[in-house]
Design a protein around this ligand. Structure first.
Ligand code: ZN
Length: 241
């Protein structure tokens, strides 16, 4: 079974289309989406519809829950709040219904999935040794996938915990050490590589490979300016920060 795991699309349709084109060029049996389909970006309805059609498992993220009103919007400040408010004004009924049925965690054959972490599936960022250790201690799954931080990351535990950023092309064997992997973000990467991030998992061959896909960043930036989203959110996409 070959799975494409992706997270934090954040209404960036051009990045999502580019990643789906690469997935379609390979032979994948499923697409797992780890949440935050909307927020920040200019095409929330289109991204939600595409992921509704294409994903075989889909989680809700904190931005999705804020936009739906399930989490108070005052948990966001600045540009995140401004983008969430704008998203609330344009989100259509179909997107609202699909997002409203999602949970921030799921169990799949071979892995456990969380938007944040097992400690707090909605809000916890796994970016420190401490949060990674507690995340792995709270589950027995051999493979744990998380999103939320927008940083492609690999953490393993074979008696000793080890965590590192996972740049494009990083390839890891599965089946030995327990692994916690973050595919990074499709729509707003924050690890210095502006390309859309995702993760290929081949359960048969027991490998996970971190992938990056080029997309027309300036097209998404133009679409953001067209609808009046904060300029800083458009600018950061060029740098992956
Ligand atoms: Zn996010």
């Amino acid at each position: 079974m070959r799975i494409a795991a992706l997270s934090d699309v954040h209404a960036n349709l051009r990045a999502l289309e580019a990643v789906l084109a690469e997935i379609d060029a390979g032979r994948f049996d499923g697409i797992w989406c780890l949440g935050d389909l909307v927020g920040y970006g200019p095409k929330p309805n289109e991204c939600t519809a595409l992921l509704q059609e294409r994903s075989t498992v889909c989680l809700a993220g904190n931005h999705d829950l804020v936009v739906l009103g399930k989490i108070p919007i005052d948990s966001f400040v600045g540009e995140a709040a401004a983008a969430a408010r704008w998203t609330q004004t344009v989100l259509d009924e179909g997107a609202r219904r699909f997002l409203g049925a999602l949970e921030p965690q799921a169990v799949t054959p071979g892995a456990e999935l969380f938007h944040g972490s097992p400690r707090d599936p909605v809000w916890d960022y796994v970016l420190s040794d401490e949060s990674a250790a507690s995340a792995l201690a709270l589950t027995e799954a051999p493979l744990v996938l998380v999103g939320h931080s927008h940083v492609a990351l690999e953490i393993s535990n074979g008696g000793e915990l080890r965590g590192e950023p996972a740049p494009a092309g990083t390839q890891l064997p599965l089946g030995g050490l327990r692994r916690l992997l973050n595919p990074g973000s499709v729509g707003q990467p924050r690890d210095g590589d502006p390309r859309a991030a995702w993760l290929e998992i081949d359960f048969g061959a027991a490998w996970a490979t971190f992938r990056r896909t080029d997309y027309p960043v300036e097209r998404t930036q133009a679409e953001m300016r067209e609808v009046g989203l904060p300029e800083a959110l458009a600018l950061r996409l060029a740098y992956g920060i």
